[in-house]
Structure formats: structure tokens, C-alpha cells
Design a binder for this molecule. Structure first.
Ligand code: SAH
Length: 390
């Protein structure tokens, strides 16, 4: 997939790949490097900022709701096609409020076209990806059964500073935070293809390390696009103060916590943020999120062969989740077979270990379903995004 990559992007991709192969451990990075900001976009504006912005540009205030209708409701990002706007204004409006934030570099499909991965180039040549997965598409058995649903997996940062050793993005380090506009733009681009039922922050980046931008983006999805907050999942390595903050927002988004180990000893190495926030603290914060919002929390658990997939660890996981009188009803575990990164010393669990892991959780009353691994052949599975552009 060299198509469209500049020489410097190719060099960067090679560098990331070499890094992953060497299995190098990276430092944790919380503060994104300050880079040239992406151009300010309509999607960066909160509702109460829009009319003032429009009048400041010399346009009547009512244009703001027209722009909202085109951009958010129709998912039409090109003012040149907006016929209710005088033709003489369209170029200026495009330049002032709708600068292109994402340029499509490559598109790959799998599962009979129902999984679509898009590689985007940002204004400063950073790359991010989003993956659209449709389910229950008639006549496409690989999309699964049930009612038609569409889930978009989006990126919140270019790269990631959380340094998880099994994650391709984590091994490449953090380039920068995405703006709210850049996050929303991924959602709007997919909405132009299909009506989205779910958005998951499980692409590149640690959403809780880019909190103001992801929250602004969530509000646009709910207030402007009209999605249900319940259909939006924020996935985190477990930044406890941010989990606590999320619980105060009054938005019933779904929280997913990437636990991957029930014990601090192992989690310290698999999810390095664990050296700051321990398993017990993360699970406590997740449980309080459930108590405050009534939303069942998802626990992500990548099953790594002979590393974290032992039967006794399933029991330990059950103990941690149900401990302190919490019971089992507040949580849903999503084990996912590891998707090995290039050159990784780790691989996915054996099928029977996977099944035993789930059986043990179920035996303790904990809901657990093996998460599907769609789009594996296009590196569309979570953690694989954008690190490998060859
Ligand atoms: N930073 C956030 C969200 C992005 S990653 C987080 O960590 O939750 C989304 C999920 O994919 C996380 O649960 C992450 O641990 C998982 N993941 C990363 N690399 C993976 C891999 N190689 N195989 C399986 N899951 C992986």
C-alpha cells in the first residue's frame, strides 16, 4: 500500500516498523508535542460560537444553521455544491469555515466490502486511520447476521504516547493530538457513506489524553449529527482522573477500559500506565462510572498466548471485577485474540485457552464475548492502524 505516500512518509513508516520489530520500550508521553495547529474548521465551533463566527465573516447569522444542515445532517463537506448559498460566496465559505482537514490517501476493503479502512493525511502530513464496519448487510454473509448496524472506529491522536508493547500504534510514539474538527471529520466522512449506529474511539491514540477535543467531538456527534451517546464508546488505558471526569459530563457514553491483565505485575509491562494507576484503582474508577451513569462498562482483554490467557488469570480477573461487593452485572468483558504486530514475540491465544478463559468468566456470572476480528487482512484490527504503510 505504497500508493500516495511521499518519500518522507515512507521513511517514517519504515522507522515505525523497525521500532516495533526491535520490540523497543518507549517512555510514557502525556503532553503531545506542540506542532502547527490544524486549520480551524466549522466542526471546531461549539453551537454558541457559530452565529458570531458567521457574522464576524460578514454573513447573515442564519447561514450558521444552513452550514450545520449541510455539514452535520447531510454529511456534505463541499460548499461548492451548496445551492442555497449564493455561488459567489461558496469559495470564501469553503476557505474560511471548511478547510479540508483529512485527505484520503488510501482505502482498503475486506469482508465483501463491509469493512473499509481509510488512511487519512492531515494538514501537516501526519497519518491517521478510521475503520468502518457494517454488520448484518443482506447478501454479505461475512458481515454477520442480525439487524443492519454500522460502527466506525476512529483515531483521537496521531500516534499514541501510552507505549503498550503489543500495540503497533503505541510502539510508534505520539505525534500529536487531533483537533475536535479532525475527529469529527472522520465521523462525517463515514456518515456520507452510511448511517452510523456506533462510533468507537479504538483507532489510533489514547482518547483520555486528548480529553477536551474528544469531548467536543462527542458533543458534535450527539447534538449536531444526532447520534445516541450510548452508541459512542470511549476506550482508555485507564487514566483514572479522566474516567472520573467523564462520569461528571452527564453524557451516557460507553466506557471501555483496556485492562489486559488482572494483576499489577503483568499489567505494569503490558499497559505501562499501570505504573501510575494500578489495576484496583482503574477497576474502582470504572465501577464508579457505572454507578454514576448506569452504563455497563466494557473491559478489553487482548488474549496473548501463554502471557495473560491462563485459566488462573481468568479467575483472578473475575475476582478483581466482582471484588468489593461489586457483583458481575456492571461489566462486560471483551476478550480479543491478539493481533500480532510485525516481528512481535507474542501471538494470539490458542482457541481452547480462549474458550476456557470465557467459560471461567461466565461461570462467575460475568458476561464475556470474544470480540470479532474483522478486517485482519487489511490490518484493520485495533492497534494495527497506520503503523504499517507498505
Ligand atoms: N488507547 C485506547 C484506545 C485505542 S486501542 C485504549 O488503549 O483503550 C483500542 C483497543 O485495541 C485497546 O483495547 C487496545 O489495547 C487494543 N489493541 C491494541 N493493539 C492490539 C493488538 N495488537 N491486538 C489486539 N488488540 C489490540
Amino acid at each position: 500500500m505504497n500508493k500516495g505516500l511521499t518519500a518522507s512518509e515512507k521513511a517514517r513508516a519504515d522507522e515505525l516498523d523497525a521500532h516495533a520489530r526491535a520490540g523497543r520500550t518507549l517512555p510514557l508521553v502525556f503532553e503531545a508535542p506542540r506542532r502547527g495547529k490544524p486549520p480551524k474548521h466549522w466542526a471546531d465551533l461549539a453551537p454558541d460560537e457559530r452565529r458570531p463566527a458567521v457574522t464576524a465573516a460578514g454573513l447573515p447569522g442564519f447561514r450558521a444553521s444552513q452550514f450545520d444542515a449541510h455539514y452535520y445532517k447531510q454529511a456534505n463537506t463541499d460548499p461548492a455544491t451548496w445551492t442555497d448559498l449564493p455561488a459567489s460566496l461558496r469559495a470564501d465559505v469553503a476557505e474560511t469555515f471548511f478547510p479540508p482537514l483529512l485527505r484520503e490517501v488510501a482505502v482498503q476493503t475486506a469482508d465483501e466490502g463491509t469493512t473499509v479502512k481509510t488512511l487519512w493525511r492531515l494538514h501537516d502530513d501526519n497519518l491517521v486511520e478510521s475503520v468502518l464496519m457494517e454488520y448484518g448487510v443482506p447478501g454479505k454473509p461475512s458481515s454477520g447476521t442480525g439487524r443492519h448496524r454500522a460502527t466506525l472506529c476512529i483515531s483521537s491522536q496521531a500516534g499514541c504516547g501510552m507505549a503498550c508493547p503489543f500495540c503497533a500504534t503505541g510502539q510508534g510514539g505520539l505525534q500529536r493530538n487531533l483537533s475536535a474538527g479532525e475527529i469529527v471529520a472522520q465521523v462525517v466522512a463515514a456518515s456520507a457513506r452510511v448511517r452510523l449506529s456506533n462510533v468507537v474511539f479504538m483507532g489510533m491514540g489514547e482518547p483520555m489524553a486528548n480529553y477536551p477535543a474528544i469531548m467536543a467531538a462527542v458533543r458534535r456527534m450527539v447534538d449536531d449529527i444526532g447520534m445516541s451517546a450510548r452508541g459512542i464508546t470511549v476506550s482508555t488505558v485507564g487514566l483514572v482522573p479522566r474516567i472520573e471526569k467523564l462520569a461528571t459530563e452527564g453524557l451516557p457514553v460507553t466506557l471501555a477500559v483496556s485492562l489486559h491483565a488482572p494483576d499489577d505485575e503483568l499489567r505494569d509491562s503490558l499497559v505501562p500506565i499501570n505504573t501510575r494507576f494500578k489495576v484496583g484503582q482503574v477497576v474502582d474508577a470504572a465501577y464508579r462510572y457505572f454507578e454514576t451513569t448506569g452504563r455497563r462498562v466494557s473491559i478489553e482483554y487482548a488474549l496473548i498466548r501463554d502471557v495473560n490467557d491462563q485459566a488462573w488469570r481468568a479467575d483472578a480477573l473475575a475476582d478483581v471485577l466482582t471484588g468489593s461487593g461489586r457483583g458481575a452485572g456492571w461489566v462486560h468483558v471483551n476478550p480479543i485474540p491478539l493481533n500480532p504486530t510485525p516481528g512481535s514475540k507474542w501471538t494470539a491465544s490458542r482457541r481452547r485457552d480462549e474458550q476456557e478463559f470465557v467459560r471461567r468468566l461466565n461461570a462467575r456470572g460475568i458476561a464475556a464475548t470474544i470480540r470479532d476480528t474483522r478486517g485482519q487482512e487489511i490490518d484493520g484490527a485495533c492497534g494495527q492502524l497506520a503503523a504499517k504503510q507498505k
